[in-house]
Design a protein around this ligand. Structure first.
Ligand code: ACM
Length: 535
């Protein structure tokens, strides 16, 4: 009889279940760590305390026999697989041994260990009445991709920082490491910029929100939406994420998706009278103008953003900038001609290069949606390929880095089945769980050298049609669990049925954290005579 495999997500590269007795965590267990790995040990101790109620000590040199011999030991040494995120995790009857060459690997070993314990370890209440055992295993693990991201749109749905912290916790449990934060858009500006208070005073408020799907033209709901994150809240969130080995990538949109900014400061736009912060979804016409004062504004904004976010990357949007206003504006046309540019696509490319040059002086690497390829790609830019995979292929062929965000596979605002009448409203599409799990991020067209430009994969949570945090959970999970497997596991990852088997236990981990995921019912055998859903 093969030993039962633990239900780990993402599945580690190598996991051997051992014959020996299980490890039992007790209130006397000692955590042994020092130096660079001590913070990772503290993180594990704090999660164990939340789940069990026991404040297990983290000590550099435990006394002989401390903990009755039961201990969790962190060792700073090279694990079997290379890289700072790699780790070994060995569990036997009395000892858990974590080996890593860097804090990230030790942190991920801790996350895997938590998944070896009963799911209730993740409960929002401590469960001191339970028995905490983990099977004896030997695990050697490392990620496939270095960029394992999720994007959250806080412009359309303004989430609380409490929600975002819980989301970060769950991301960390899935070994995801980049939270791409979409902070500004036509429908709201959500980041405090001290030099320009009207961005949040005016740009952070919308009068109401369109009801239902925008194509049905049902009018507005009459309910004002307002809110923004203060710089203090942002610093706190960035630190919270960093402690969990998650970097936050801020996105400041330009030259399109600028209506909230232009509503606040009409002189940044084209029209003599600015439009209000938008109450409607869809692509908007409002663009920033190309005047020197507008670049000065953008540099000021980015300077404050850079001071808040230590991540070496910064996202400047670049998507869906329809050129109508630039085409119709004599001043913009004159500027374009003076620059010797043939069309508005080249003007956008010029715009983005100005910003890229500024970011370079600040030591930051620019990320943009794949429209930044149009009219010529900035040399050091990283491209997020969202309108399919062509943007990434083009970028990689130019030697630029790319992140795979293609809408057919990782747009989590799409319906989760082919039966919209069984699903909450969404923007459209059909992205069932199995399709996310099937996704192979390296395009077949690329040579091995070009494939090295694909730095990772990212799921997108646009929030036009997720009016509540619960609805956002529903769209995010369990598709984000499948994404984690795509991002972490080697190309030859376990098949979807194997993932589903592990997901049964994994969903219990989400239950105890109040994550309101979508139950993947269509993958369960239907009782005789029951209807089936069309996945
Ligand atoms: C996008 O979905 N507009 C990047």
């Amino acid at each position: 009889m093969p030993l039962p495999q633990p239900a780990l997500i993402p599945q580690p590269q190598r996991c051997t279940v051992l014959e020996g007795a299980a490890f039992t965590l007790t209130k006397d267990t000692v955590i042994h760590a020092s130096g660079a790995l001590a913070p990772s040990a503290q993180q594990l101790a704090s999660r164990l305390r939340a789940g069990t109620g026991w404040a297990l000590p983290v000590v550099a040199d435990p006394a002989p026999g401390a903990g009755g011999g039961s201990r969790i030991e962190f060792r700073l040494a090279p694990p079997a697989l290379p890289g700072p995120e790699a780790y070994n995790l060995q569990v036997d009857a009395t000892r858990v041994t974590i080996t890593a060459s860097a804090p990230a690997g030790a942190f991920y070993a801790g996350q895997t260990f938590l998944q070896l314990l009963p799911p209730a370890i993740f409960d929002i209440f401590p469960r001191a009445e339970l028995k905490w055992t983990a099977p004896a295993v030997a695990i050697e693990d490392a990620p496939r991709f270095r960029w394992r991201g999720v994007m959250i749109d806080s412009a359309r749905l303004f989430q609380t920082t409490g929600y975002l912290k819980r989301f970060i916790d769950v991301m960390a449990q899935h070994k995801l490491n980049v939270l791409h934060w979409h902070l500004v858009d036509d429908q709201g500006w959500r980041i405090e910029i001290k030099k320009y208070p009207r961005l949040t005073e005016v740009g952070g408020k919308r009068r109401e929100t369109v009801r239902g799907h925008r194509i049905n033209l049902l009018g507005g709901d009459g309910v004002p939406v307002e809110g923004y994150y203060t710089q203090e809240e942002i610093r706190d969130l960035v630190a919270y994420a960093a402690a969990r080995h998650i970097q936050i990538l801020p996105e400041i949109e330009m030259p399109g998706h600028a209506q909230a900014a232009v509503a606040a400061y009409p002189e940044l736009g084209i029209l003599p009278q600015a439009r209000e912060v938008s109450c409607m979804w869809g692509i908007h016409e409002t663009l920033f103008n190309t005047k020197p004062a507008t670049f000065a504004f953008l540099q000021d904004v980015l300077t404050e953003v850079i001071a808040l976010f230590p991540f070496e990357y910064l996202h400047i949007g670049g998507d869906e900038a329809v050129k109508k206003q630039w085409k119709e504006d004599p001043a913009t046309q004159a500027h374009m001609k003076a620059l010797g540019l043939p069309d508005e696509e080249h003007l956008q490319s010029w715009f983005i290069r100005q910003i890229e040059a500024f970011l370079q002086t600040q030591g930051r690497r620019m990320v943009g949606w794949d429209e930044i390829l149009e009219g010529g790609l900035a040399k050091s830019a990283t491209v997020m390929s969202w309108r399919g995979i062509e943007g990434a292929i083009a970028a990689a062929k130019l030697g630029n880095d790319a992140i795979m965000c293609p809408n057919p596979f990782v747009y989590f605002d799409y319906f989760q089945s082919g039966s919209p009448d069984h699903e909450p409203l969404s923007i459209g599409g059909n992205l069932p769980l199995a399709k996310v799990h099937s996704y192979e991020p390296i395009p077949a067209e690329l040579t091995p050298g070009q494939a090295g430009c694909i730095v990772g994969v990212q799921g997108q949570l646009w929030t036009e049609y997720t009016p509540t945090a619960n609805r956002l959970d529903y769209m995010a999970f369990p598709r984000t669990c499948a994404l984690a497997e795509v991002a972490w596991c080697p190309r030859e990852r376990p098949a979807f049925p194997d993932f589903l088997g592990r997901l049964r236990t994994h969903l219990r981990r989400l239950d105890v954290q109040d994550v309101r995921y979508r139950a993947p019912l269509e993958y369960l055998p239907a009782p005789d005579g029951a209807g089936t859903l069309n996945a």
